[in-house]
Design a protein around this ligand. Structure first.
Ligand code: FE2
Length: 351
């Protein structure tokens, strides 16, 4: 494409002379007679701007200043007859590229200066192009990465759901073997979520609670539970075996990263506030809110579901038992919520 030059000079004779010289050198030239015309004419297609310094209305310096404000980075050459040092300093400070003296006696020097300015413009254009290409490339890569992330997230979600489904089926199969424990996990999960409705907890914590409740007894999967089904009291050895299930359960889910927080709740769902629980005997300072919820509903369901080695409690009896153990075994505030709000809800829904 032909190199395009914009020249502004209010002196028609000078402007026409410079235009003719530039045309002779093969440039496409547009001439205007004021700084204001430069501002309305200029666009990205121009390669070089030549400005007279002394022009009415907007002089050359003011015109360059406005061009700078509009971020127009076309090299500007000043056309001047008055070669004063003050002019030069001011022009350089404003970012002028070079000077052309008038009258033009050295045509070669004149053309060299124009060529240098054109080269500068080519360099600026290449730089812009490179920047744009780079930006586009970065945007493209960012988009690709985001897309890959979505696929990965979907895959890991799918994997998580499949794992949860598998564990749930195994657990349900285990519970079904004993008609008295059938549905325990579902009930504990449902009751935990009912308490959660009355407590100010985040959506993330609700999910942790749900999953922890769903798998709180998963440790029983690998323990020989034939003793639970027997009639009569459990022997101390059998009790010791049963008491292993929180630890074993936590170990089962430990390798699953999405079960990290739940694994601790599973481990601690038989702990007590007074530190007399198992397996770690931790006290109230170490038992978090979600674990406290599960300990209450787990005990309530154990009391109200029939178990061979213990007589079955009515809802009223179980509530009385929970209240009695408040402070030592269970969180007082949560027992209040459970017994005053959740249990009446349950009783009503069964009527
Ligand atoms: Fe348990």
């Amino acid at each position: 494409m032909q190199t395009k030059i914009l020249i502004a000079d209010d002196d028609n004779a000078v402007r026409t002379t410079v235009e003719n010289i530039l045309t002779m050198f093969g440039y496409a030239v547009v001439g205007v007679c004021s700084g204001r015309d430069v501002l309305t004419t200029v666009n990205d297609e121009y390669d070089v701007i030549i400005l007279d310094i002394n022009m009415p209305d907007l002089d050359g310096f003011e015109t360059l200043d406005r061009l700078n404000q509009q971020n127009i980075d076309i090299p500007v050459l000043f056309l001047t007859g008055a070669g004063s040092i003050d002019y030069a300093v001011k022009a350089i400070n404003l970012g002028a590229y070079d000077f052309l003296t008038k009258p033009i006696d050295d045509l070669d020097l004149f053309n060299i200066k124009i060529k240098r300015a054109v080269e500068k413009r080519t360099y600026i254009r290449q730089e812009h192009l490179y920047k744009k290409t780079l930006e586009r490339e970065v945007q493209k890569k960012t988009r690709e990465l985001a897309e890959q992330n979505i696929i990965l997230e979907r895959y890991s979600e799918h994997l998580e759901h499949s794992t949860v489904r598998l564990m749930s089926s195994l657990q349900a199969a285990m519970e079904e073997k004993d008609e008295y424990t059938a549905g325990h996990t579902c009930r504990v999960t449902d009751l935990s979520m009912r308490i959660a409705d009355y407590v100010d907890i985040s959506a993330e914590d609700r999910l942790v609670l749900r999953r922890a409740a769903q798998f709180h007894d998963i440790g029983k999967l690998v323990i020989d539970l034939s003793c639970i089904q027997k009639s009569g009291k459990l022997t101390p050895e059998e009790w010791e075996l049963i008491k292993k299930h929180p630890e074993v359960g936590a170990k089962i889910v430990e390798p699953l990263r999405f079960m990290e927080r739940k694994s601790l709740i599973i481990r601690h769902h038989h702990e007590r506030l007074d530190g007399k629980g198992y397996p770690d005997g931790i006290g109230e300072n170490e038992i978090d809110l979600l674990t406290r919820i599960i300990t209450i509903v787990d005990s309530y369901d154990a009391m109200t579901s029939r178990r061979n080695y213990r007589r079955n409690f009515s809802a009223v009896q179980a509530v009385a038992e929970l209240r009695q153990c408040t402070g030592r075994q269970f969180d007082a505030e949560l027992v209040d919520i459970f017994t005053a709000d959740v249990v009446p809800e349950l009783v009503t829904s069964f009527q």
